[in-house]
Design a protein around this ligand. Sequence first.
Ligand code: FES
Length: 105
Amino acid sequence: MKDTNYNNNLYNLQIILLFMDLLDNKEKDKKERHYLEVIRRPKQEVSMCTCGHSKTLPLCDDSHREINEQQGTNYKSFKLYNPSNETIIDKVYCSNWKKPEEKKE
Ligand code: FES
């Protein structure tokens, strides 16, 4: 059975992918950074990846569990909780993240 965080992450991922599609994934600042948005719904939590191996960056997809087993590491996701009654949209960026692939026709 999938847990609530996983389902939240999938929901948020869908929104992120939709957003990326709509903007052709080219929302940039002066430094040509490609930000992703994390949409945090009221009173809900999202799991953020710290290991860098998630296929759904910046969200955790539990890939760290396999990495921990293989490499003897102890990666854990960290949680962002939105205590307010408003939706919060964070823009996140990491220089280790690769640019998403260009859309193929
Ligand atoms: S997949 Fe990276 S911390 Fe979970």
